[in-house]
Design a protein around this ligand. Structure first.
Ligand code: M6R
Length: 614
């Protein structure tokens, strides 16, 4: 939810920290702030609103030069987005500055206790209490890392904390529990951040921090301990993308760039996973063939767009493996007491690898003895680290809050899982698997064609700026595509949109239809005759009630022509692969309509890319 960065080195900390915040702003944009240590004093500037407000404040009143600092970009949980509630927070003496991502669940008790001990807290946040707790610990003469460990032992909830101390100008200390934190290892400089993007232009060497760990960075050293001060082993990794990947590269919006990167995202996710001897190989599978043969149920858990990727995957996994597959919202999963066993494979799909609902769901699954496999785009994040196996999507960094290329990459990764299970369990012959992999390898070119032919979709979007409600219909794998199309429009354009299974239409939603409601319909390929014909009937039904029909149908499907007010052609692909091409025009439509309405496409209101609170 919030973005955090800390720096110690030989560069100007203000520049490094603000640049890091710019790359982390997707995580929250309710306020931004920075603190630096200079001359034994902590200097802080913070402003409500986007980072541009902080930039202006720093330009008007520059902070002193310093090589140690930290910063924060906020997605508000406790207290409205005001200057006062913006991070960093300080203690009574002003000696400590602290930033936080997550929720301190026992903050109310802590605040009362601190008040009773004479502290004055000025903000509405849960975070400020921690700054005052650090003040108390430091008062006893301990160093900042010791103080942080002592404080963390008193906290409940989820947190990444990063602190600086005016009396210890050469270190930044950070701690984590259930919230993301990575260390960037540079040459004569080190970093801590919520995400490697914050320091990618300085170093690509990173360290993944484990649960309940405290790290002290100085210019030349990184020391990681547990909350009792015992040294711990860490996992070092190299980031396989560079700073250019995290830049807009001439596009008006990150989202447009990421939509255009989809052919590459799909091919990179497939790359290296099919060996010349005709077998699928998944490097970080970590579950043996025997374990995979024991699986008698798959449950996919995820949120938002990742959940819709899971809904698509269900059709393929059941079809290819004959293993029952359920898909469930991660936020609902553990609260309904799901039936889990050692034979259940729980598949957690998450772009960020940090979504709290998904993280809590996998912990619950593991406690119940199930095996967990993560489908994730972020190396070094918590969900893959806490899973038994991982399939990384190689979509590269996704900065726009709305997921696009990672949705397609998640579908591809889940398909690889389905095919791998089929290979191990013998439910598909090798040549059948090879055939499907071959079809998947054709998809990047098909997406490229959809992108090249997207101008009419953009024109359509611009013609619909006065629309108040849009419906999306699909069937089979087209149903999750409809849900995803509706989600994109809601989150980007703030227009009411709903996705329905086309077959459900007559059971209620058809009452919504009149001439003011455009309806997108994803038509299955003609190869699926029955399904195709039923959807064509659905189009006729809604058209008869005055709706404007916007039909997505494959090349050569002439059956839809008479009933389509607008026709968006899709390349011919097998049914199960159709979501990989049909979603793309819907993403472009939402992006263009939002832009035409003057919305902030990359940073829609009220949202954050990474939802690290429940
Ligand atoms: O990082 P995750 O994939 O776990 O995130 C899940 C959802 O929060 C995310 O897909 C969200 O729905 C996006 N804003 C959709 O565009």
């Amino acid at each position: 939810m919030c973005g955090i960065v800390g720096y110690v080195g030989d560069k100007q900390a203000q520049e490094v920290v603000v640049e890091g915040l710019r790359r982390l702003e997707y995580r929250g944009y309710d306020s931004a702030g920075i603190a630096l240590v200079e001359g034994g004093v902590v200097h802080t500037t913070k402003r409500a609103g986007k980072l541009a407000n902080l930039d202006k404040a720093l330009a008007d009143e520059p902070l002193p030069e310093s090589t140690t600092g930290l910063g924060h970009t906020r997605w508000a949980t406790h207290g409205p987005p005001t200057d006062l509630n913006a991070h960093p927070h300080t203690d009574c003496t002003g000696r400590v500055a602290l930033v936080h991502n997550g929720i301190i669940e026992n903050f109310a008790q802590l605040r009362i206790a601190l008040g009773g001990r004479g502290h004055t807290l000025t903000s509405d946040t849960d975070t400020e209490a921690v700054a005052h707790l650090l003040e108390e610990e430091l008062g006893g003469g301990t160093d900042l890392a010791q103080a942080m460990r002592a404080v963390c032992r008193q906290l409940q909830g989820a947190f990444t904390l990063v602190a600086i101390d005016g009396d210890q100008p050469d270190v930044v200390v950070a701690a984590r529990r259930n919230s993301p934190l990575v260390v960037g290892r540079g040459n004569g400089e080190n970093f801590v951040a919520s995400d490697v993007a914050a320091f990618i232009s300085h170093t690509r060497d990173a360290i993944e921090l484990g649960q309940d760990q405290v790290v002290t960075i100085s210019r030349d050293d990184v020391v990681v301990t547990d909350y009792d001060g015992a040294p711990v082993d860490v996992r070092e990794f190299h980031v396989d993308w560079d700073a250019a990947a995290a830049e807009k590269g001439g596009y008006a919006w990150f989202m447009l760039k990421e939509i255009d990167e989809q052919p590459q995202a799909v091919s990179d996710t497939l790359l290296g996973r099919y060996s010349p001897d005709g077998r699928l190989q998944l490097d970080e599978m970590r579950l043996s063939d025997d374990e995979l043969r024991e699986i008698d149920k798959v449950i996919i858990i995820a949120c938002g767009t990742a959940f819709y990727a899971g809904l698509v995957a269900k059709y393929a996994i059941e079809h290819w493996t004959r293993i029952p597959c359920e898909v469930e919202l991660a936020s609902e999963f553990r609260y309904r007491d799901p039936v889990l066993s050692h034979g259940t494979l729980v598949v957690a799909i998450s772009q960020s690898g940090e979504t709290m609902d998904t993280l809590m769901a996998i912990r619950h699954a593991r406690q119940q003895g199930s095996r967990v496999l993560a489908v994730c785009n972020t190396n070094g994040s918590t969900i893959p680290r806490e899973s038994d196996a991982v399939i990384y999507t190689h979509a590269g960094p996704e900065v726009a809050v709305a997921g696009t290329k990672t949705f397609l990459a998640q579908i591809v990764a889940c398909y690889l899982l389905g095919l791998y299970l089929a290979q191990v369990r013998g439910t598909k012959f090798g040549d059948e698997i090879a055939g499907i992999v071959g079809q998947l390898q054709q998809i990047p070119a098909a997406i490229q064609r959809v992108l090249a032919e997207a101008e009419p979709v953009r024109e359509l979007a611009r013609s619909l700026v006065d629309t108040r409600s849009v419906l999306f219909l699909g069937r089979h794998v087209g149903y999750p595509v409809a849900l995803e199309g509706a989600l994109k429009l809601k989150e980007l354009a703030y227009i009411h949109a709903e996705g329905f299974a086309a077959g459900e239409l007559k059971h209620g939603p058809i009452a919504l239809i009149d001439h003011r409601v455009p309806v997108f319909v994803v038509v299955p390929p003609k190869g699926r005759d029955m399904l195709h014909d039923k959807v064509v009937s659905n189009i006729q039904e809604i058209r008869a009630r005055g709706a404007r029909t916007i039909v997505l149908a494959e090349d050569g499907d002439e059956d839809v022509v008479a009933y389509a007010d607008e026709l968006i052609r899709l390349p011919k692909v097998p049914t199960l692969l159709q979501p990989l091409v049909a979603t793309v025009p819907l993403q472009i439509f939402a992006c263009e309509l939002a832009d035409a309405l003057g919305r902030d496409v990359d940073q829609p209101r009220n949202l954050a890319k990474s939802v690290t609170v429940e």
